[in-house]
Design a protein. Structure first.
Ligand SMILES: [Mn+2]
Length: 315
């Protein structure tokens, strides 16, 4: 499955691993695990991961690397958990010498720079990195196993969502056999910053419940400035308005710093990925998002009517 990616990796002495903007547990975990696994297998190669990672895990799973522009221009870029170069948090990816990609998002056919492995049935990119290691008989050390566990746990909503539960749990079992400590990882993952109380209060005070089955929250830039939070921080709270009876689609829309709009959408039963694609975004069937250049009532109304049509169509 990964032959073409391995042959790229073998061609380069320097490899830089990139992930998406607003990195989550799967993005960070897959980057760290792939770096460590490749370093152990190819001690003479330089392997780095770039981006902001998940700082609360830095002292147990490891930190990101600081890499010069010059290094990137001499490296193979491996993009993880992202559709294309545009999604990369570190935009210096465009300067890399060559490219490869491993991802589990629905294919948008926008990555054309090199070989890729996409499996949108995989629970997480971490699951794919595990399979990559197994296929090539690369050793998975305890830290890498913990990083993979973190990504699988977070991208599946703590093992609630998967296309193949047997596969997911058999990998998780193997990671536990390698010594992973789920209690510790859960404790660190559960830790929230103090600001999260203010975000919760804001979201619950602004939630709109519609008769057509949509629940949503809109945050303007001014709202965010008063709270002192980023668009990504607001949008990462869709779980606060999730699974309310008779409301199968929910979303949070936030005005971005440059007057655009970031939206995260979820559904218990309808395809919201198609709606996200309509606005130039993507994701998974029941969890998708997009960012567009304009923040306006018209666009929010268009989004609401697409969601309402989806519910009406029953698709
Ligand atoms: Mn992911």
């Amino acid at each position: 499955m990964f032959e073409k990616i391995i042959s790229k990796i073998e061609q380069y002495d320097s490899i830089v691993i990139f992930g998406h903007r607003n990195p989550d547990g799967d993005c960070y975990g897959s980057q760290i695990a792939l770096r460590n696994i490749l370093k152990a297998k190819y001690p003479s190669k330089n392997v780095y991961c770039v981006g902001s990672g998940l700082p609360k895990f830095f002292n147990i799973i490891g930190t990101m690397d600081v890499v010069s522009d010059e290094t990137i221009t001499e490296s193979l870029a491996v993009l993880l958990d992202s559709n294309d170069l545009e999604r990369s948090e570190d935009q210096r990816i465009y300067r890399a010498l060559d490219f490869a990609k491993i991802d589990h998002h629905i294919d948008t056919f926008t990555f054309k720079e090199g070989p890729e492995v996409i499996d949108d049935k995989a629970s997480s990119t971490c699951e794919l990195i595990y399979l990559f290691a197994k296929e090539n008989s690369f050793e998975i050390d305890l830290v890498s196993a913990s990083a993979l566990y973190l990504g699988m746990m977070t991208d599946t909503g703590r093992f609630q969502f998967a296309n193949n539960f047997v596969k997911m749990f058999s990998i998780v079992r193997d990671l536990c056999d390698l010594g992973v400590d789920p209690v510790l990882l859960n404790k660190v993952n559960n830790l929230v910053p103090e600001i999260s109380l203010d975000i919760k209060a804001f979201i619950y005070s602004r939630v709109v419940k519609r008769d057509d089955g949509i629940i949503y929250v809109v945050a303007s830039k001014r709202d965010r400035e008063i709270l002192g939070v980023t668009s990504a921080q607001i949008c990462s709270n869709t779980s606060l308005i999730s699974y309310v009876a008779n409301h199968p689609i929910w979303f949070i829309a936030s005005e971005t710093d440059n007057g655009g709009m970031q939206v995260e959408m979820r559904s218990s039963m309808y395809n919201v990925q198609e709606i996200a694609v309509h606005f130039g975004g993507g994701g998974h069937t029941f969890a998708a998002g997009f960012t567009i250049k304009t923040f306006s009532e018209e666009i929010i109304n268009e989004l609401i009517s697409l969601c309402a049509n989806t519910i009406k169509r029953g698709a």
